[in-house]
Design a protein around this ligand. Structure first.
Ligand code: 8T5
Length: 113
């Protein structure tokens, strides 16, 4: 039994560059919209955030485990962020509806861990 998607949204995936104290687009210099999923593996009961660019190359720009106890910060209605052991991720959602959908799924995932 593989992984199944529990939600998919459109967002620009950002990483925080601690050194220069600024946000940079994940995966390339120019920000671009990605399709971001939360995948669930029922066998292991794990979740991860996977995002691929909408453009032709479908480059994976995020592949990040959802860690039990992780704090998901809804900084604004369409920019949410969280820390993983190495870095800080930010999602600039295409719409506040997508942001709410993703936040609901992330909250459910965190509750299920
Ligand atoms: C304790 C802790 O870890 N705190 C974290 C947050 C957090 C809390 C709890 C759990 C997890 C986390 Cl992650 C923290 O505060 N962090 C994480 C790294 C960056 C930051 C630190 C300082 C700056 C100051 C301003 C603020 C910021 O970045 N934004 C304001 C809100 C939206 C605003 C929106 C979009 C992005 C797109 C580019 C830039 C712009 O709009 O031009 N920008 C912004 O400016 C964005 N910061 C942060 O979020």
């Amino acid at each position: 039994m593989g992984e199944s998607s529990i939600c998919q949204v459109r967002a620009t995936v950002m990483l925080y560059d601690d050194t220069h104290r600024r946000w940079v687009p994940a995966g390339s210099e120019s920000p671009c919209i990605s399709r971001v999923h939360i995948y669930h593996s029922p066998v292991a009961n794990t979740f991860r955030v996977v995002g691929r660019k909408l453009q032709a190359d479908q480059q994976v720009v995020i592949n990040c485990a959802v860690i039990k106890g992780m704090k998901y910060n809804q900084a604004t209605p369409n920019f949410h962020q969280w820390r993983d052991p190495k870095q800080v991720w930010g999602l600039n959602f295409g719409s506040t509806e997508d942001a709410a959908l993703f936040a609901n799924s992330m909250t459910s995932a965190l509750e299920a861990l």
